[in-house]
Write a new protein. Structure first.
Length: 250
């Protein structure tokens, strides 16, 4: 894909988000990286400037005013955004009956409320150009996973959200899809290993043993799928959830 579109990637200070931002920059997009960690986000944008136009904006995607301010900065620097990747997220894993309301709300706020707020802020620009791509990063955990009720519910909501957007926005030239990664080694993987009281190496060995392709995923694996959904060629594909898990079926 070669394009001159303006793209926004949330949760882009590292891991999957940075990998997606790099791929879109390589494909010719001007890419705005948004993250709650402003310093790490700026560092990531600086690294990726080797591949194309990039900028960084600090924002908590669950905060409506922060989202509005960040999108305004993108429009001022790059112009109208027409590709949005809602990747921001984190986990607060715990047995369901020990989970606090705050732990529930925080995870829902970033994953689900954040996807809503970012999409609502960007869609007017997509409507004006009658072209847009919304890609939400879900997870195979949307199908259910022990001790992750908040995370699983948020990811299932993200998938329902894109299906609704696909129907509502399709007549306006805007598609909405989701990518559901399996195991990708990020900071969240370290947290999961700690929760299981395993070393990272033992956690990965156990998990990889159940992956048909016998390796964990990389941010690049997820970025390839996002790049397809963001492309001109994917204009007839909407409301879909693409599982990128190395063959894991849940």
């Amino acid at each position: 894909m070669k394009t001159n579109r303006v793209a926004i990637v949330t949760g882009a200070a590292g891991g999957i988000g940075e990998g997606i931002a790099e791929r879109l920059a390589r494909d010719g997009c001007a890419v705005a990286l948004i993250d709650v960690d402003g310093n790490r986000c700026a560092e990531a944008a600086a690294r990726l400037s080797a591949f194309g136009q990039t900028m960084a904006a600090q924002a908590d995607v669950s905060d409506p005013q922060a989202v509005a301010n960040a999108v305004d900065r993108v429009v001022e620097q790059f112009g109208a955004p027409t590709i949005l990747v809602n990747n921001a997220g984190f986990a607060r894993d715990k047995p369901f009956d020990q989970m606090s309301l705050e732990e529930w709300d925080l995870v829902q706020g970033v994953h689900l409320r954040g996807s809503f707020l970012m999409s609502r802020a960007v869609v007017p620009y997509m409507k004006a150009q009658r072209w847009g791509r919304i890609i939400n990063i879900s997870s195979i955990s949307a199908s259910g996973h022990p001790e992750r009720a908040n995370y699983c519910a948020a990811k299932a909501g993200v998938e329902g959200f894109v299906r609704s957007l696909a129907v509502e926005l399709g007549p306006l030239g805007i598609t909405a899809n989701a990518v559901a990664p399996g195991l990708v080694v990020t900071a969240m993987t370290h947290a999961t290993a700690a929760r299981r009281k395993l070393s990272l190496e033992d956690h990965l060995a156990d998990t990889v043993s159940r992956i048909p392709v016998k390796r964990p995923g990389t941010p690049g694996d997820i970025a390839h799928a996002v790049a397809y959904f963001a492309s001109e060629e994917a204009g007839f594909v909407t409301g879909q959830v693409l599982t990128v898990s190395g063959g894991v079926i849940v």
